[in-house]
Write a protein that binds this ligand. Structure first.
Ligand SMILES: [Zn+2]
Length: 383
């Protein structure tokens, strides 16, 4: 079953609650480090916490910590944990909807509490699925990021395979962020606004760079990448929706290594739109497609933009956004030609597409894999 991770910010926790979460994390970290060097770690049950401290600590968290420390020790990864966030298994965390708001309840130092969470529409859809039982809730982690307390909840779900057979090609590019082609239909997603924003940020960075305001530069970088990520979410969602509406069973994209080769110049590739943004977009399309039961295939990007429908391939066929076959004279928008050729897998399939294999969620998007099914622990590691 594919698994995604919902990252939900806790809505305005009181000072007292924040201090409690802080304390819980501190104790849990100390406990985890104490456990790591305990001679009888393998036999440990939740009772072992009494040997560590006379404080009261939720056994639900203790159990999860024991399980995770055991597995970390087996892998011999950790010598000392810097931060060991509190985790809960699926039995100990509950999502509810109260009016227009969603709350999540979990055990704490005082008692079990239900706290409101900040949600985005796509997250609400997942929370509804949890509440209605059409998705399965896994383990959860209470953690702090950028001074905000959050809950990461693993969600597992079934995918109904689709029986559609149509193939859609998706070309990601510099002039158009994405061009999709299925049969005789095509769809262009303009990237000009993305390019514009990126240029503006690049200019700002140069100015700041001269003033050596490194901190500011880093802050702008964060802002820019968050903006791009939002954009990519929107585009990928629309592309998958387009695919579903057109009876697509397979989406084909270029294996990303080809992008740099295709850019007119290093400057164009690097400044206007960094290749990480393309990679992120492809990753999101792939994952959203797989969630919708659409198969994803990767195509070798060589010559997809230079080949004509008549079969003639020549570099001169393509000139910017214009494609004009030097042999038969056929003309078409170059990016659309690319998308059509990708759909036809004109230069064959890529041998080993990056990390994107069906069923394995990609890293680095909001859909981070955390655990498989319920009861599995999250990837806390040493933070
Ligand atoms: Zn031709």
């Amino acid at each position: 079953m594919p698994t995604i991770t919902l990252r939900l910010e806790l809505h305005n926790p009181t000072k007292a609650k924040q201090e409690m979460y802080e304390r819980m994390t501190e104790w849990n970290t100390e406990f985890a480090n104490w456990l790591l060097h305990h001679p009888e770690l393998n036999k440990a049950t939740s009772k072992i916490f009494k040997d560590f401290s006379s404080q009261k600590f939720p056994s639900a968290i203790v159990n999860q910590t024991i399980r995770e420390v055991k597995s970390q020790k087996k892998k011999q990864k950790a010598k000392k944990f810097r931060t060991f966030w509190c985790c809960f298994n699926n039995q100990n965390i509950k999502v509810e909807k109260k009016g227009a708001f969603y709350t999540v309840s979990f055990p704490t130092l005082e008692k079990r509490i239900g706290v409101p969470v900040v949600t985005r529409p796509y997250q609400e859809a997942w929370l509804d699925r949890l509440i209605h039982g059409t998705a399965k809730q896994g383990a959860a982690k209470l953690y702090k990021k950028r001074k905000k307390w959050c809950l990461a909840i693993a969600v597992a779900f079934e995918v109904k395979p689709r029986h559609e057979t149509k193939v859609m090609g998706v070309d990601v590019g510099l002039r158009y962020i994405a061009v999709a082609s299925v049969g005789t239909k095509s769809w262009f997603f303009k990237g000009s606004q993305c390019a514009f924003v990126r240029r503006r940020y690049a200019a700002l960075r140069r100015t700041l760079g001269q003033a050596k305001k490194l901190h500011m530069i880093r802050k702008i970088g964060d802002k820019e990448s968050r903006w791009m990520k939002d954009m990519n979410h929107k585009i990928s969602r629309q592309i998958v929706r387009f695919a579903l509406a057109n009876g697509v069973g397979v989406i084909r994209m270029e294996d990303l290594a080809g992008i740099r080769k295709r850019a007119a110049s290093a400057k164009e590739a690097g400044r206007n739109l960094h290749s990480w943004a393309f990679h992120q977009l492809q990753t999101m399309i792939a994952y959203k497609a797989e969630m919708a039961g659409i198969r994803v295939e990767w195509v070798n990007p060589t010559y997809t933009s230079q080949t004509c429908r008549c079969g003639h391939r020549e570099k001169a066929n393509r000139n910017g956004i214009h494609f004009r076959c030097q042999k038969c004279g056929y003309t078409i928008h170059a990016d659309l030609n690319g998308a059509i050729n990708i759909a036809k897998a004109i230069s064959g399939f890529a041998a080993q597409p990056s990390a994107l294999v069906t069923g394995a969620p990609p890293i680095g998007v909001h859909l981070n894999p955390m655990g498989r099914g319920d009861g599995t622990l999250l990837n806390l590691g040493v933070v």
